[in-house]
Design a protein around this ligand. Structure first.
Ligand SMILES: [Fe+2]
Length: 232
């Protein structure tokens, strides 16, 4: 686990030299925990992926206007080992805050200048054991643990990591094979965001163009250019 600052994440993203980064979060962590627990007590958590009762969550951001609470939960990218994606939804640009995202506005502020997508609160219940998988070529995940236990493990390329809920955020290199297990008696509750290439503010235009091509997302070009203040 590499300790670094928020502004160093981009460098590590480019160098792809880590399993997990640990980054101090400049935030009132007790307030964040209170607010997040209030949210998950007020709503129905929706089951995610194929884990039934053991993996459930509520979105903080959405793109699909008809599904503001669970759009971020319903998206599913699961690439078993090195094979083809089993289920894959292309757009990762889930950026609008729903009412709960608005409630945690100060968290989005604290993540600046990162453009964090698809915020959600997820509960990985006791007994969960995920299949090892990757999230694709460009993806990092931010984890902000609110409640956990040393028996809640993120396994990355065979190395076990415990994300201690101490007010830090953790960046998982989800391009590497990873899976979670919870062998404790406690719910593991994390706030999670997706970071991809377009979460970072500073790239040369040629790099942006080549990634749009590689990710096969020409329909997003206008939106991406606007974000970077580029003219076509
Ligand atoms: Fe994953």
């Amino acid at each position: 686990m590499i300790q670094c600052r928020l502004k160093d994440i981009q460098k590590h993203y480019v160098e792809n030299d880590f399993d997990v980064l640990k980054v101090p979060l400049n935030i009132d962590f007790e307030k964040l925990k209170r607010d997040a627990f209030e949210i998950i007590q007020a709503v129905d958590l929706k089951e995610k992926d194929t884990h039934g009762e053991k993996y459930k969550g509520i979105g903080l951001q959405y793109e699909d206007e008809s599904n503001p609470l669970y759009d971020a939960i319903d998206q599913f990218t699961f690439i078993p080992g090195e094979g083809e994606p089993r289920v894959y939804r292309k757009s990762k640009f889930i950026t609008k805050k729903n009412e709960y995202g608005e409630k945690l506005d100060y968290l989005f502020e604290a993540l600046q200048p990162l453009n964090a997508f698809r915020g959600r609160i997820l509960n990985a219940a006791p007994g969960i054991k995920m299949h090892p998988h990757t999230d694709g070529k460009y993806v990092l995940n931010i984890h902000i643990p609110l409640q956990s236990d040393p028996d809640c493990i993120m396994n990355v390329n065979g190395t076990p990591y415990y994300f201690e809920p101490d007010g830090s955020l953790y960046v998982l290199n989800a391009r590497r094979v990873h899976h979670i297990t919870n062998d404790s008696q406690k719910d593991r509750i994390h706030i999670i965001f997706t970071l991809n290439f377009f979460s970072f503010r500073q790239w040369p235009k040629e790099t942006i163009d080549s990634i749009i091509e590689e990710m096969k997302i020409p329909e997003q070009r206008e939106r991406i250019y606007k974000y970077y203040g580029l003219t076509p």
